[in-house]
Design a protein around this ligand. Structure first.
Ligand SMILES: Nc1ncnc2c1ncn2[C@@H]1O[C@H](COP(=O)(O)OP(=O)(O)O)[C@@H](O)[C@H]1O
Ligand SMILES: [Mg+2]
Length: 241
């Protein structure tokens, strides 16, 4: 387990954040964020565009060395990050994108690609795949490293609605199998309720709402419990219907 910025250490949690502040110029985009994520817990982070979701994710990923800030955070050493675009290396075949640099790379890469439904595509180039397939490769690449924490920033944001639904099913399955703690950034309220154990809402630099999601599987937007949580979350986002 690794510790960054301050005296926090991880004991029973997978993520600890206390009083996190991140500023661009004079403006505090994050203004005192507190957050703990349990091992294996799936947390979805909602917020309006520009509310600081990516700023928080970048802080957790250790990608914000150029940003002014304070507060404490602790994350595991083994973290994987998935972004909206797959960020595959265009000059490397799919298998190499997944497993480059790993021990037993060939075998583990193939297994991982099979898990995301891409057995047989090992030798394809990234640009021969659809957007959804490229995101599957990105998921395989992150999970093959068995991360303790998976950080995902709108990973399905560029996919069409049908592909996105399929990716939800796949991500649920992968998380059940690998059990990383997950922080998924999304602006899609239904996506957050379908996927997460807990949904949090970021606004004005702070977490302003937190809803545990305790709905029967498979979760259906037609379920009254689903509708009730959706309206609480939309309210927290300042959307009144
Ligand atoms: N590198 C940067 N320099 C200056 N301002 C930034 C930078 N990155 C993000 N911001 C600003 O910080 C705010 C939060 O951005 P971001 O975390 O990307 O929001 P979100 O992911 O919720 O849409 C936005 O107003 C954005 O313009
Ligand atoms: Mg963002």
């Amino acid at each position: 387990m690794a510790t960054h910025a301050g005296g926090l250490t991880l004991e029973k949690t997978a993520v600890e954040v206390r009083g996190l502040v991140r500023k661009y110029g004079e403006r505090a985009v994050l203004d005192g964020v507190d957050l703990a994520i349990q091992p294996g817990e799936f947390v979805a982070l909602l917020g309006k565009s520009g509310s600081g979701k990516s700023t928080l994710l970048r802080a957790l990923a250790g990608l914000d060395y150029d940003v002014d800030g304070s507060g404490e955070l602790a994350v595991p050493a083994n973290v994987s990050v998935v972004f909206q675009d797959s960020r595959l290396l265009p000059w490397a075949r799919v298998l190499d994108n997944v497993a480059l640099g790993l021990r037993a790379a060939d075998e583990r890469g193939r297994e991982s690609l099979a898990e995301v439904g891409l057995a047989g595509r090992e030798q394809a180039w990234p640009n021969e795949l659809s957007g959804g397939e490229q995101q599957r490769v990105a998921l395989a690449r992150s999970l093959v490293r068995e991360p303790v924490l998976l950080l995902a920033d709108e990973p399905f944001g560029a996919l069409d609605a049908l592909t996105r639904l399929k990716m939800h099913v796949l991500l649920r399955k992968l998380c059940a199998a690998h059990q990383p703690a997950v922080l998924l950034v999304t602006h899609d309220v239904d996506e957050s309720i379908v996927l997460a154990d807990r949904v949090i809402v970021l606004d004005e630099g702070r977490i302003v709402a937190e809803e545990p999601i305790d709905l029967a599987e498979p979760r259906s937007p037609a379920d009254p419990g689903f509708t009730a949580v959706r309206s609480i979350l939309l309210d927290a986002l300042g959307v009144s219907l």
